[in-house]
Write a protein that binds this ligand. Structure first.
Ligand code: ADP
Ligand code: MG
Length: 416
């Protein structure tokens, strides 16, 4: 090794040492910075988790508000898919939120989201205008609602979808219909009372003279048959007049405590020969517990008899008559409408037949006086029944059972 290269080596070593020191310093500095950054990151992380927790709290809070409002709320995104469906919407539409979320609104409902949404007109952007219309779930009956639609927007004002807030109007409509029915009944009642009165006197005469005549003829005299016909006719007319008067007179009720299952049984007793004659199978489910109501036993028997008689008449060639009695579970809508006995304390008698059922569109009319589809019907049975039940602050619901046949449910407030 020469001197020159030895010097070089020393130089190199020195530079190397210096570099090492610098490197270490740089490394230490870096580590310090890294530590600081790490701490900063940790802080950011903590802040982030706090924000996330806060956000989910806000979300929960908003959701619980959404779920507790009594109006139905449905939200859709820009693709028209349902993104929110609150409890009230479930109750009003009868659909499960789970089964409709993420499905297209147009796939679930037979009505569009709202004409103004389709057109994206300015009207909907404000969303304050309420409109009444029918909302229809596919494959079901439409139900009237009052609704308001508005767009939802993100922070930049871009439309992200729309929200529909709606209110069920079916109770209101039902009440309106009831009021109209009462008016019609009042007018009809007045007229009927006059007519009945006018008919009653001459009818009494006809009946009296016919029985005098009957005494004058021998039993085998062909004329005696004619007289019997006159008597039958007069009796049948008399029955109509009596029903009319029951229907039109203000009702005097003799309120007592009634064991409902016993009353049902007694009423069925009147019908046992008709039931046997028509080859009808009777299924009774009168329950074990007590079911007491306050009412007029005679009048309530008349109610049950009229309904059961219709059921028997609907099955001339046999069938099944199911009569049930139980503590009632009136629909929340019906309960609200009746306004009393809110806590489900209702007694319910159900009468189900296996006949042809009632034409769906005719159901609102069957309680009208003189509505009948029978050749010899008076059309008064159900109107009388409705009037009596009304006077007991109860209600009668008529429907068709899904398995065919008509179903009548009489609900009365339980005693106590
Ligand atoms: N169980 C039933 N099944 C089918 N239709 C019924 C039933 N009950 C009542 N209806 C319908 O309601 C109408 C009115 O009944 P109602 O007032 O008792 O009068 P009526 O029995 O004299 O016809 C009946 O004519 C019939 O069309
Ligand atoms: Mg009848």
């Amino acid at each position: 090794m020469n001197v020159q290269s030895a010097e070089n080596l020393t130089e190199i070593l020195k530079t190397f040492n210096e570099s090492t020191v610098k490197l270490r310093q740089a490394y230490d500095a870096l580590q310090l910075k890294f530590g600081a950054l790490n701490r900063q990151l940790e802080d950011t992380n903590k802040e982030l988790s706090r924000r996330i927790a806060e956000l989910s709290e806000v979300k929960e809070y908003l959701n619980s508000i959404l779920q507790s409002v009594t109006n139905g709320v449905i939200a859709i995104n820009v693709k028209g898919e349902i993104t929110a469906f609150n409890k009230a919407a479930e109750r009003i539409t009868g659909l499960d939120a789970e089964s409709v979320i993420q499905r297209a609104f147009s796939e679930v409902f037979a009505t569009d989201f709202g004409a103004s949404f389709q057109r994206r007109s300015g009207q909907m952007e404000h969303g304050q205008r309420y409109t009444s219309r029918d909302l229809k779930v596919k494959g079901r009956h439409p139900f009237p609602v009052r609704e308001s639609n508005s767009f939802t927007r993100d922070g930049r004002g871009e439309i992200t979808g729309a929200v529909k807030v709606f209110e069920d109007l079916s109770e209101l409509r039902e009440l309106e219909e009831q009021a109209r029915r009462q008016d019609r009944l009042a007018a009809l009642g007045q007229m009927a009372a006059t007519v009945a009165h006018e008919i009653r006197n001459p009818l009494g005469g006809i009946e009296g003279f016919a029985s005098l005549l009957a005494r004058d003829f021998d039993a085998d005299d062909p004329r005696s048959k004619l007289v019997t016909k006159i008597q039958e006719g007069a009796r049948s007319l008399n029955r109509v007049v009596t029903e009319l008067l029951v229907f039109t007179r203000p009702m005097k009720l003799d309120f007592k405590t009634i064991e409902l299952p016993m009353l049902v049984n007694e009423t069925l007793g009147f019908l046992s020969s008709d039931i046997k004659a028509a080859n009808i199978r009777l299924q009774k489910r009168l329950g074990k517990g007590e079911l007491k109501v306050t009412g007029d036993a005679e009048q309530l028997k008349r109610v049950l008899l009229n309904i059961m008689l219709n059921a028997v008449q609907a099955m001339p060639n046999g069938g099944t008559l199911k009569v049930g009695c139980r503590q009632g579970s009136l629909s929340p809508a019906a309960r609200k409408m009746l306004g009393h006995c809110r806590n489900g304390s209702w007694a319910e008698v159900s009468i189900r037949d296996s006949g042809p059922g009632i034409e769906e569109s005719e159901i609102p009319r069957i309680f009208n006086p003189f509505y009948t589809t029978k050749e010899k019907g008076t059309g008064l049975g159900l109107s009388v029944a409705a009037k009596i039940v009304d006077a007991h602050r109860g209600q009668i619901l008529a429907s068709n059972s899904p398995r065919g046949g008509a179903l009548f449910v009489v609900s009365l407030p339980l005693e106590g």
